[in-house]
Write a protein that binds this ligand. Structure first.
Ligand code: ADP
Ligand code: MG
Length: 233
């Protein structure tokens, strides 16, 4: 941990609602307020359909709330146009998804370099950093493999290395172990806690898997689009 006491707020949702205009309207997130603290490992859990993925999309600026405000380091998303929000996603947020979302015709190393390419980093820098990140997730021997040559667990580790590429303020992971067996799930969750501890990287992980609770420093339980309770780890 750095000089911060771990209680500084990095990200906020203030009275956020997301209403999908289907049928009578689905209130996926309902007047929800929450904070993400600097350097924490926050788990968002709750039953299927309670709004976890929707909340994560709002925090990541992948979607805009119907009402309310999301901020990252006091930057209001509503003050950003689409380009500004895309730039914020590329530089400040790392995304990890259930189905890995690697590009199949790029090697592990090239997948990790992609976010850096998008913001115009130099080739030498990208080479060095992608190798460092893949070593950090234990894939130093798999750097030139294509996704189809890797196991699910290995693919997810590449995705984690990719999420870290541009030193994001926050890594957001949506059901990152949802497509992995229990051994690989434990490996990915252990990797998150290690990176959180060693680098102070802030993580917000969505999971409906009860075993994920053991890894988090704070747990936010959701129900019907709202926060039911918050547990300090
Ligand atoms: P969770 O991730 O907790 O399973 P979601 O955030 O995916 O829940 O979904 C919350 C609610 O919003 C569900 O009732 C779901 O059907 C609905 N929902 C999610 N995305 C959409 C969408 N794009 N269009 C309409 N309804 C949606
Ligand atoms: Mg979901």
């Amino acid at each position: 941990m750095s000089e911060t006491d771990g209680n500084d707020v990095i990200m906020t949702a203030e009275k956020v609602s997301k209403i999908f205009l289907v049928g009578a309207g689905v209130r996926a997130v309902d007047d929800l307020s929450m904070q993400v603290r600097e350097e924490e490992f926050l788990l968002v859990t709750g039953p299927s359909g309670c709004g976890k993925s929707t909340l994560l999309s709002l925090l990541g600026g992948l979607d805009r709330p119907t009402y309310g405000e999301v901020t990252l380091r006091q930057q209001k998303y509503s003050d950003l146009n689409e380009n500004g929000l895309a730039q914020l996603r590329r530089t400040e947020i790392g995304f990890v998804f259930q189905f890995f979302n690697l590009l199949n015709d790029l090697t592990a190393k090239e997948n990790v370099q992609l976010p850096m390419r998008l913001i115009g980093k130099e080739l030498d820098f990208m080479q060095e950093r992608s190798e460092m990140l893949l070593s950090q997730v234990g894939l130093q021997d798999r750097m030139d493999h294509y996704p189809f040559e890797l196991s699910g667990g290995e693919q997810q580790r590449v995705a984690v290395a990719r999420a870290l590429a541009n030193e994001p303020a926050v890594v957001l992971a949506d059901e990152p172990t949802g497509n992995l067996d229990s051994r690989n799930s434990a490996e990915v969750m252990n990797m998150f806690t290690r990176l959180n501890r060693e680098t102070g990287q802030t993580f917000v992980v969505v999971s409906h898997d009860e075993t994920a609770i053991d890894y988090a420093s704070r747990i936010l339980h959701m129900r019907d689009g709202a926060i039911e309770k918050v547990e300090e780890g």
